[in-house]
Design a protein around this ligand. Structure first.
Ligand code: F6R
Length: 632
């Protein structure tokens, strides 16, 4: 089975799991492992004078594997001269030159940087005439067989459970063919194509049987957004509804996952159902919340029998009785609730999430895009201002790419009518923009200004002075496309400077790792790096960091360390603050599969958190915003 993953990653199969899988702390570590397995295979074949036939995937999952293979080629003399590749799929119709084509992707990420012979590269042709597609697919299959069959197949997995583009409904014995893409797959591809209407409806893909015939299969799964489909694939029943489950019947398949992607597996999600876990404080809290959900009981009404019946007898034995366990969990949750997110002056703060002193705190709310502040913590923001703290908002990116051309046109036309400078050119740029092209600098500037204007409107509504609003325009974001640059020294410096300038007692930041196009994660990385560098500054000794989550997810109840309740009036006020971000209303550009507007998602989520607290037996609030403390 190639490389010994057991030594490198965490591997521990359970009775629930039907596919061999290894979990790494990061996608980078996992990718390096996989790249070395491929490199070793290529070398082994070379030593026998044989070709090495690789089946390759595109998408975000394999990018780091390709990066590492290029590095091994350059620094460790790995030659690809004996390698023949077959790519899994290509959109249809699709020009090779189109930057969204898989042809372009493969050359950009791998082929242009290694010594593979061009004639050994096979990628389905997205331009084949409709009447020739059938024969073309048969020939593709034949070519794989003639090359000796796939020695190794690299896969990613789609949220529909597709491998290649074998969408739900695909047959176990399917071969290379043309298919219609599932709606979810098109939604996922929409940001890259700048809108779902630009995503092709069809693709040519290798079939399930083509993939199954590979001698070795490795599937890569990274990130929280893949966790649920990976659980279904690894633990579920084999069905055409989740085509990746067919891999359960392949005897040399390994799934290589990161911790987030593996988080829904039974052994991680509810380890007490798998064996006798070590009962850490965190696991204990998680298990009790879960037990309440399963039994539909409040914390204080759980019995010894409830614990015993649900795999938690070890915990019960360790802690004494349900009574003790219940009381301590109830108190713990009760202490997370506070209407004083900046601390309550002159109050005993032993059991409060925040310190009482200093009574007036300097606060920075970092907001990745110009609107996450009010969407994710509008109620808490409002309270902090109302309770007299010196609150600053720092918008990390300009958010310009999320303003539609139609929205920008409105403003350009008004400016033009007023006769403002430069607007003729901007107007012209928008009106003559070709599909799938990047905005000019001037248009991006206008779009950024629109978001600034909206942000001022919202922060003024909450009662903030304009001088407390900072637009950082981090450079990593300014590519004009969905693909951003890597963080640079300048990004980190900008973050360090604002923290040094304000010397905050509290920092709020988006700890939202499920952002579909990753900007939140990069913004968080920038903050963490800045904190690392500033750690020893005397002013930082007094600084506490609270993480909120963005529009997509909420913290699990057992993770929450501060829950700020909101009254019905505050819920309305938050809604109005979000409304000021008008360019992000009514069908935003990067909607994802959730068609609700941001204010609706925020309200439903905040109501949901309050209801969960209530279901556990705590007070009944209209809504709650939740935070987790980050210790740096
Ligand atoms: C790509 C392919 C797809 C992707 C899958 C996951 O060639 O066939 O099955 O592997 O859609 O995509 P990412 O990796 O972008 O999440």
């Amino acid at each position: 089975m190639g490389i010994n993953y057991q030594r490198a990653g965490q591997f521990e199969e359970t009775r629930f799991e039907k596919i061999h899988n290894v979990v790494f702390n990061s996608s980078k570590d996992g990718s390096i492992m996989v790249a070395y397995e491929i490199a070793d295979l290529i070398r082994e074949k070379q030593s026998k004078n044989e070709n090495c036939v690789l089946g390759l995937a595109t998408g975000s999952s394999p990018i780091k594997v390709y990066e590492e293979l290029v590095r091994i080629h350059k620094e460790e003399d790995l030659s690809f001269s004996n390698v023949i590749t077959f790519n899994l799929d290509e959109y249809y119709p699709m020009d090779k030159e189109n930057i969204q084509s898989y042809h372009y992707f493969m050359h950009e990420h791998l082929f242009n940087h290694i010594d593979i012979l061009p004639e050994n590269i096979n990628i389905p042709n997205g331009k084949i005439k409709a009447e020739d597609v059938y024969q073309y697919c048969l020939d593709y299959e034949l070519k794989i067989k003639e090359a000796g069959g796939l020695d190794f197949q690299l896969l990613g997995i789609g949220r529909t459970g597709h491998i290649g583009f074998n969408e739900p409904g695909s047959h176990y014995n399917s071969g290379t063919r043309i298919i219609t893409l599932d709606h979810i797959t098109r939604v996922d591809a929409a940001p890259a194509f700048l809108g779902i209407e630009n995503v092709p409806r069809k693709a040519i893909t290798m079939g399930i049987a083509t993939v199954r015939a590979a001698k070795r299969i490795v599937l890569l799964g990274w990130g929280e957004h893949k966790a649920s489909i990976l659980k279904g694939t690894i633990e579920g029943v084999i069905s055409s509804e989740v085509p990746a489950t067919y891999l359960q019947q392949h005897d040399n398949t390994t799934f290589v996952l990161d911790t987030e992607a593996a988080s829904e597996l039974t052994r991680n999600k509810t380890p007490w159902l798998v064996g006798s876990p070590k009962w850490t404080e965190e696991l204990k809290n998680k298990a009790i919340v879960w037990l309440c959900e399963i039994t539909k009981k409040t914390i204080l009404s759980l019995t010894d029998k409830d614990y015993n019946d649900h795999g938690m007898s070890g915990l019960l034995a360790q802690e004494g009785s349900a009574y003790d366990l219940n009381i301590s969990m109830f108190n713990k949750l009760q202490h997370t609730i506070t209407g004083w997110p900046g601390g309550k002056p002159n109050a005993d703060d032993t059991n409060r999430p925040e310190r009482a002193n200093p009574a007036k705190k300097r606060v920075i709310i970092f907001s990745p895009h110009p609107d996450d502040d009010v969407i994710s913590m509008g109620g808490t923001f409002d309270r902090l201002v109302e309770q007299g703290h010196d609150v600053h908002v720092a918008y990390q990116t300009s958010g310009n790419i999320a303003v539609s051309d139609k929205e920008a046109l409105k403003f350009a036309e008004i400016a033009n009518t007023l006769g403002a400078n430069d607007t003729k050119k901007i107007l012209n740029d928008i009106q003559n923009k070709k599909e799938n092209t990047v905005d000019t600098k001037d248009v991006r500037k206008l779009k950024g200004l629109i978001r600034r204007g909206e942000s001022y409107a919202a922060t003024r509504y909450i009662g903030l002075k304009d001088e407390n609003v900072h637009f950082l325009d981090l450079p990593f974001y300014e590519t004009g496309t969905i693909k951003k640059n890597k963080l640079s020294e300048t990004d980190i410096e900008v973050m360090c400077n604002i923290i040094k300038e304000i010397q905050p007692h509290q920092i709020y930041a988006a700890g939202d790792l499920a952002d579909p196009h990753g900007t939140h994660k990069v913004c968080l990385d920038a903050l963490f790096e800045a904190l690392k560098r500033l750690k020893n500054e005397p002013s930082m000794k007094d600084c506490w960091v609270w993480l909120y989550r963005g529009a997509w997810h909420e913290w699990d109840i057992h993770e929450i360390e501060m829950a700020v309740p909101m009254s019905p009036d505050q819920v309305l006020k938050k809604r109005h603050a979000i409304f000021y971000h008008q360019s992000q209303k009514d069908g935003v550009m990067f909607q994802g599969e959730d068609s609700r507007e941001f204010w609706m998602r925020a309200e439903e989520r905040n109501r949901g958190t309050a209801q969960k607290y209530n279901a556990l037996g705590l007070a009944d609030y209209a809504a709650m915003e939740a935070f987790v403390r980050y210790h740096f």
